[in-house]
Design a protein around this ligand. Structure first.
Ligand code: TYD
Ligand code: MG
Length: 463
């Protein structure tokens, strides 16, 4: 292989390449957009591009029908929750990125998957963060991981060579941010290094038919460090989330070339690794329902409904700009719901701090959670409990409730957990065994759930 020593700096905005680094791209004048890359070697793409006629020998084109099929389907990891998120297992020769905050359990999840795969397939764990002894320590907590092949290496050339020589069915690289290529002068973990590593490993994956799973850390601002810049390269991006203080972990696909992206996998972190939770709604039984500011919501993620507790706290603010904190729901969505509550339900929230939390560290993006958030805030503001109650419905800017999909499944899940009452938008499907009261507007829904508004209401309820 020809060694490439020259590097260049490419602007991520306009694509202009420069021989030297600049703080501001001389081409498009954006700041901080130049990233180091290995310069392509001579050949057809050399200076004066656009010239007709290739310099290199062309590749042979084959009819699609004659392309060799991938070996026997998907590799099942045996972790049902992981397989479901992957769309049924790992596709041979695919490149998968698993991102998440440090400490959330990425290494644990992947060690568990490798341990199960190792019984039937060749496995390799490339560890750049921990020594093999540390990996072993973790593996012993999980059990059954003795068969996994381990190599501690961060040099990209050596890692690629090892994978090509070993040709395991599945290789996990923990983490992509520790890999470095001597061809680039930037530090390991930089965008340039991470991208180079992913690009080279992609080639190895496709050429050798090895499925490679890259573990990547997410930075403070939420972008997978590097991994965000890798999203277009890899076949699937899985995010592992959950608050590392709680035990619940959610695995979701944000991109999947071989499956849907709305499935989630739910795990619980225990002393012996991650326990798949087949029935995540059962977690709800552990939280305390029936206090003011608490209501049950049901999110439908992929093929599964998931019952969650939405909690709100409303307290008089001492700040000019009252605080609005949202955990598990979108901040802007919360701002919209609070504005609708103030305007259409006459809830005096202007001088109150509002905190909303989805218990267990789960994030919900569905607008169907709107009504649960609104009722939790109204209940907290009045200091009146809602009792164990399921709420679902989207709230429009006019204060009207919009029906949501799959209301029957949401009700079924709630009934399964023993809830007897629900509030939802008019026109929702009903279900025997659970009393569904419907409302046209957010104001009506609050009246249904909490009783009529006290006529003298003038401020935040004192506790
Ligand atoms: P780890 O997989 O190392 O996280 P990551 O690779 O995402 O940084 O796991 C981190 C946490 O999980 C750590 O705080 C310890 C905890 N843990 C358990 O609670 N039980 C276990 O069996 C294992 C292996 C880890
Ligand atoms: Mg780790």
């Amino acid at each position: 292989m020809a060694t490439r020593t020259a590097t260049r700096f490419v602007c991520q905005e306009c694509g202009a390449a420069h021989p030297k680094w600049h703080g501001r791209c001389p081409g498009c004048e954006s700041w901080g957009t130049l990233v180091e890359e290995a310069a392509p070697t001579g050949g057809a793409r050399a200076r004066g591009g656009g010239r007709a006629g290739p310099v290199v020998a062309p590749r042979r084109v084959v009819p699609l029908g004659l392309v060799e099929a991938l070996p026997d389907g998907r590799l099942q990891t045996g972790l049902g929750e992981l397989d479901r998120v992957l769309g049924g297992g790992i596709v041979p020769g695919s490149l998968i990125l698993v991102g998440g905050d440090p400490g959330v359990g990425k290494s644990t999840l992947m060690t568990m998957a490798l341990a199960r795969l190792a019984a039937r397939h060749g496995t390799l764990l490339v560890t750049g963060e921990e020594s093999p002894a540390q990996v072993r320590l973790r593996a012993e907590r999980i059990g059954g991981a003795a068969q996994i092949g381990v190599v501690a290496e961060t040099d990209l050339d050596l890692v690629c060579a090892t994978i090509a020589a070993e040709r395991p069915a599945v290789c996990v690289v923990d983490s992509v941010q520790t890999l470095w290529s001597g061809e680039l002068s930037s530090a390991p973990g930089s965008v340039a290094q991470v991208r180079e590593a992913a690009g080279r490993l992609l080639r190895v994956a496709k050429e050798e038919g090895v499925s490679i799973i890259l573990i990547g850390h997410v930075t403070k601002d939420g972008a997978v460090a590097g991994p965000r810049v890798l999203e277009h390269l890899v076949d699937a991006v899985l995010l592992f989330e959950g608050d590392s203080t709680g035990d619940l972990r959610i695995l979701r696909a944000v991109k999947n070339r071989f499956g849907s992206t709305n499935e989630i996998g739910v795990f619980e972190m225990t002393g012996h690794g991650l326990l798949p939770l087949d029935d995540p709604s059962a977690l709800l039984g552990r939280s305390e329902l029936g206090s003011p500011g608490s209501v049950v919501a049901c999110a439908v993620e992929g093929t599964r409904p998931l019952l969650l507790e939405v909690q709100a706290l409303v307290s008089p603010s001492e700040l000019q700009m009252p605080r609005r904190l949202a955990n598990g729901v979108d901040r802007n969505r919360l701002a919209m719901i609070l504005a609708v509550l103030s305007r259409h339900a006459r809830l005096p929230l202007g001088a109150a701090d509002v905190f909303v939390n989805v218990a267990g560290g789960v994030r919900v993006d569905e607008p169907a959670i709107d009504l649960a958030v609104a009722l939790a805030v109204a209940s907290a503001q009045r200091g009146v409990p809602l009792g164990p109650l399921l709420a679902f419905g989207e709230i429009g800017l006019t204060g009207r409730l919009r029906p949501v999909s799959q209301s029957e499944r949401r009700l079924k899940e709630a009934r399964k957990l023993g809830l007897t009452h629900a509030v939802g938008p008019a026109g929702s499907a009903t279900l025997s065994g659970i009393v569904l009261r419907t409302a046209e507007t957010i104001g009506d829904a609050i009246t249904l759930a909490l009783g009529p508004l006290p006529s003298t209401q003038s401020g935040v309820a004192a506790d």
